[in-house]
Design a protein around this ligand. Structure first.
Ligand code: 13P
Length: 275
């Protein structure tokens, strides 16, 4: 199955209100008319400004507004929480779960990552149109340096995949609603990307696990992004691998030179030039 190349820009806790607007607008211009899917993940306070900037740039249909995190509860006494419905309300259409920084800086457990992923992907209830009020999800997984050195890369990926997707049926992850981001923790923000061969190996094993959990055809339709020090200079080689369907980009997504170049590499993959 042809999987549409998907490039995300995770701004993390960066930008201010003015630069967030400018970056959203520049990214929208860069993404317009490219045959790929793009998402940006601004900090919460700037989502509304980013939505307005995307609208001002003509709302390219292939550019999704994303949230870096969600609260899995629908509403109520959850101080600091931001619900999925609130995010949808301001134009968010995709959210990250299980990002390495949520797991390792904020101590999010596999169980919490699963609760968030389930809340995002839950099947429509009776009477609701499929997709209404719902978001797509990018579930992030990946091993630490210590785990890699201990030869546990594949076991950690399997565990985080199975735990993160526990209780979620195949129908909920079909149709492009679920993307997996393989982000080895040791590669995030370090300037040291995984080699394309190592990343491809991990991605192939992740897809095999998805196939065992669901089916070959469901696994075949799920996009797997690579994340960890992706740069314009390294992305083409990563994207040339058969199981690398896109990238989740941190630092380089803040650059109005780097990120458009990464999007163009994505478009070259989509056009078959580097795949
Ligand atoms: P860097 O691209 O800055 O390494 O960050 C990757 C990442 O964590 C994206 O979610």
């Amino acid at each position: 199955m042809a999987r549409t190349t998907f490039i995300g820009g995770n701004w993390k806790m960066n930008t201010d209100r003015q630069s967030a607007r400018a970056l959203a607008e520049a990214t929208a211009r860069a993404a317009a008319n490219l045959p790929i899917q793009v998402a940006i993940f601004p900090p919460f306070p700037y989502l509304i400004d980013a939505a307005a900037a995307l609208a001002a740039a003509g709302s390219p249909f292939n550019l999704l507004l994303g949230a870096q995190d969600v609260c899995h509860h629908p509403n109520g006494a959850f101080t600091g929480g931001v619900s999925i419905a609130m995010l949808h309300d301001v134009g968010v259409r995709v959210a990250l779960t299980g990002h390495s920084e949520r797991r390792h800086v904020f101590n999010e457990s596999d169980e919490l990552v699963n609760a968030k992923t389930r809340a995002i992907l839950k099947m429509p209830e009776g009477g609701r149109e499929a997709g209404e009020g719902q978001l797509a999800c990018i579930l992030c997984i990946g091993e630490t340096l210590e785990q890699r050195r201990a030869g546990q890369t594949d076991a950690v990926n399997r565990r985080q995949l199975r735990a993160g997707l526990a209780g979620i049926p195949g129908e909920a992850v079909d149709n492009g609603r679920l993307t997996i981001a393989y982000e080895p923790v040791w590669a995030i923000g370090t300037g040291v990307s995984a080699t394309s061969a190592d990343a491809q190996d991990a991605h192939a094993k992740i897809r095999a696990e998805l196939s065992a959990m669901y089916s070959h055809s469901v696994a075949d339709g799920i996009r797997i992004q690579y994340g960890g020090s992706v740069k314009a200079s390294s992305v083409a080689e990563l994207l040339a691998q058969p199981d690398i369907d896109g990238a989740l980009v941190g630092g380089a997504s803040l650059s109005t030179d780097e990120f458009p170049a990464i999007l163009r590499a994505g478009a070259a993959k989509a056009a078959g030039a580097i795949a």
